[in-house]
Ligand binder design. Structure first.
Ligand SMILES: Cc1ncc(COP(=O)(O)O)c(C=O)c1O
Length: 387
């Protein structure tokens, strides 16, 4: 979260004065407003505001009809929530390499497609756009779904289109660490009526059934799902945060560009699939050796992504050790339907990913720079590089 202030407080005050905090009975209809804004900002037909990005991912997979017997391709470098979403619907996550852009490697996607593959989840990690052109080509060739995990990339673009709206569905996160935030929160974006109907029922099944008019015109019959319904307090905050989104992105992108341009010939950066669309949150310095990366990280107070815990596949303990549910009968890794497709996960199975992640250092761009603070940042980076 980069900017938050009086406007959010005023919106919350207005809402609290109404004392109507339940989505369906709200007077101010904050959640509805968030969805309308998402629809306009992202040019997407069916946005659903929810409790979290994970809820968005799971609901989208349900909407795609994915379940036991299906494989879903995920990158080896993403937050564990991506892979857990696949297990949550009973399917098997197939873990593939990222390339030097630190996003999923289209070549490795190709190598891992089998007759069981039903979807690919490209993850726009740290706001770095995936190569959506290649990914969409592969998906269309093999008739499989694409679910974009844009949880770390709210509002970013690939070739002029918002991340999360290029595939069949996308998920955004609004948790505390994200570009815009309501503390917790997320959204599903889709243009598919089928995915939308199933996801709407799944994400709020008891309220949808209780307030039955939400199902008017649906061709999908109600079924049992979860309670991932948004709340009006978060929605009030998100309403304002969404108004701020593009100006936050502009500040981040301008600062990142200035720093990268100023360091031409001095520093190397991880290549980008679309530097214009990149969210600008993170400078990704690239080094020839892991030792150089560690040294620079220490000098500048940056992060080597190999050290980011549950973002690296080999640290996804529950997945690597195949504990897909507490009750064994509900564990997808033990289900008959998955018998022939349970992957063989090994800590060293994605060596390229481990190599890239150990030779990069992340430095946060910072959002509200003055010309002076930006120059100071640049000077600090040069000093840390020994230049
Ligand atoms: C790449 C990625 N996917 C999914 C999620 C899940 O988002 P949430 O915490 O809103 O459930 C996160 C959260 O940090 C994430 O970084």
């Amino acid at each position: 979260m980069y900017r938050m202030g009086k406007e959010e407080v005023l919106e919350l005050e207005k809402l609290i004065e109404t004392k109507k905090l339940f989505k369906t009975e709200s007077v101010l209809k904050e959640s509805r407003q968030v969805e309308e804004k998402l629809g306009k900002l992202f040019d997407t037909k069916y946005p659903i505001f929810m409790t979290s990005g994970h809820a968005g991912l799971v609901s989208a997979l349900v909407g795609m009809g994915i379940g036991p017997g299906d494989e879903v391709i995920v990158p080896a470098y993403t937050y564990i929530a991506t892979a857990m979403a696949v297990v949550a619907v009973g399917a098997m996550p197939v873990i593939v390499e990222v390339n030097e852009t630190l996003t999923i490697d289209p070549e490795d996607i190709r190598k891992n497609i089998t007759p069981h593959t039903k979807a690919i989840i490209p993850v726009h990690i740290q706001g770095f756009p995936c190569d959506m052109k290649s990914i969409m080509e592969i998906a269309r060739e093999h008739n499989i779904f694409v679910l974009e995990d844009a949880c770390q990339a709210d509002g970013g673009h690939f070739q002029g289109k918002r991340l999360g709206t290029i595939g069949d569905a996308g998920a955004l996160s609004f948790n505390y660490y994200k570009i815009v935030s309501s503390g917790e929160g997320g959204a599903l974006l889709t243009d598919s009526r089928e995915i939308y109907e199933r996801a709407l029922i799944y994400h709020d099944s008891s309220a949808v059934a209780f307030f039955g008019d939400q199902l008017n015109g649906f061709s999908t019959k109600e079924f049992c799902g979860h309670e991932f319904r948004s709340n009006e307090l978060c929605a009030a905050v998100m309403n304002i945060q969404l108004d701020r989104l593009d100006s936050i992105l502009k500040s981040l992108r301008d600062s990142k560009k200035y720093i990268m341009d100023s360091l031409k010939g001095i520093a190397k950066f991880a290549p980008s699939n679309d530097i214009e669309g990149d969210c600008g949150t993170t400078l990704a310095f690239r080094f020839d050796t892991a030792e150089e990366a560690e040294q620079f990280a220490q000098n500048i107070g940056g992060t080597v992504p190999i050290n980011t815990g549950k973002h690296v596949y080999r640290n996804w303990t529950a997945i690597m050790e195949k504990r897909g549910a507490f009750n064994p009968l509900m564990d997808p890794f033990k289900m008959e339907a998955n018998r022939d497709i349970v992957p063989d996960y090994r800590p060293d199975m994605c060596p390229k990913t481990l190599d890239y992640l150990s030779k990069v250092v992340y430095v946060g761009t910072g959002c509200d720079h003055t010309p002076e603070s930006l120059e100071r940042k640049l000077a600090d980076i040069k000093k840390a590089l020994g230049k």
